[in-house]
Ligand binder design. Structure first.
Ligand SMILES: Cc1cc2nc3c(=O)[nH]c(=O)nc-3n(C[C@H](O)[C@H](O)[C@H](O)COP(=O)(O)O)c2cc1C
Length: 314
């Protein structure tokens, strides 16, 4: 299947494994997805700089296929990370949370394709005006950082497609090939899956985190941090405590303190799925099995084809 995204990036399938802090902050997942013809994306955000350099080398050794690197541009270490990514001549940047303009010329000079993650029409237009190559559009179902507006993927992606000319990678709420087909039908030119890839042996989070994703139903995520920096996570003791404080009228400062007290790392590395931030999308309810990432890719491609055939027969 050829789209402007597969052509731009030189990938076989219009499928991205989303950047996920900790879960995709390792080489194994990225290598497996890229070698299977998708776009594996390394989440640099939580990595130490020396680990980031090392993992980039591991990816180069493990795959000759294109891969992406996510750097949140508001990260205090973003400048150093950008320098490392530049020196490694990464093929694809998937930048988030910050303005891309000042970095584009440098990366374009080494042939890097720059994709920008946006969660609103306004930011989509800004990124297009800045000159990025393509957009990743996150809707409200997404795990991690969904749009503060809470507009769902189906509506937001469609609206962004009306507002810009750039190719769009749709993200949020997809865990199988039928979902990929749905968003391609909408006009997206690739589809990104995060939560589905947490349930793989290659994802570097604690087994209890993976099990929590498998056990979750579609209604067992919630948004924490509304009005600040909302994140979607599985409901647990932390989210219950936070929501109780909100209901009780806690001040912004109190909520911020509570928000900072618990972390994604606590859930991802130590397996504290009760009090840690177990970031995951609503699509957790669609994920029932831990499968090797290459097998996830194989099934996605087959299911996408089956969905196409089903539609063609209607
Ligand atoms: C555990 C987790 C960590 C995430 N970390 C990041 C990150 O570091 N950078 C980023 O741009 N997006 C991050 N995201 C968002 C994903 O890139 C993607 O938009 C989202 O997972 C898509 O929704 P889905 O989970 O329903 O597939 C994260 C998502 C999850 C579930």
């Amino acid at each position: 299947m050829k789209t402007r995204i597969t052509e731009l990036l030189g990938i076989e399938h219009p499928i991205f494994q989303a950047a996920m802090s900790w879960a995709s902050s390792n080489s194994a997942l990225v290598i497996a997805v890229s070698n299977a013809g998708g776009m594996g994306v390394l989440a640099a955000g939580p990595m130490r700089l020396d680990d980031f350099s090392r993992v980039l080398k591991e990816i180069r050794n493990g795959s000759s296929k294109p891969f992406g690197v996510n750097i949140p541009l508001n990260n205090p270490k973003a400048r150093e990370m950008l320098d490392i990514a530049y020196q490694a001549r990464i093929p694809v940047m998937v930048a988030s949370q910050g303005g891309p303009r000042e970095h584009l010329a440098r990366f374009r000079g080494i042939g890097t394709k720059w994709l920008h993650v946006v969660a609103s029409v306004e930011h989509a237009k800004k990124a297009e005006a800045a000159g990025v190559d393509a957009l990743v559009v996150d809707g409200a179902e997404a795990g991690g950082h969904p749009p503060p507006s809470e507009v769902g993927t189906l509506v937001l992606v469609r609206r962004v497609l009306q507002a810009v000319k750039l190719p769009v990678v749709a993200s949020g709420g997809v865990a199988d090939g039928a979902g990929v087909a749905a968003l391609l039908a909408l006009g997206a030119e690739a589809v990104q899956l995060g939560t589905r890839f947490i349930a793989t042996p290659e994802a570097s989070v604690h087994d209890d985190y993976k099990r929590a994703v498998l056990d979750a139903e579609v209604d067992q995520t919630t948004l924490v941090g509304r009005g600040m920096h909302p994140i979607r996570l599985l409901k647990n003791a932390f989210s219950a405590k936070y929501e109780a404080a909100e209901r009780a009228g806690a001040s912004r400062d109190e909520l911020e303190t509570l928000f900072q007290e618990y972390s994604l790392k606590q859930a991802a590395l130590r397996g504290d799925v009760e009090w840690g931030k177990v970031e995951a999308g609503q699509s957790a309810g669609l994920v029932h099995e831990i499968l090797p990432a290459a097998e996830v890719m194989r099934r996605l491609v087959n299911e996408l084809e089956a969905a196409r055939q089903r539609l063609a027969k209607l």
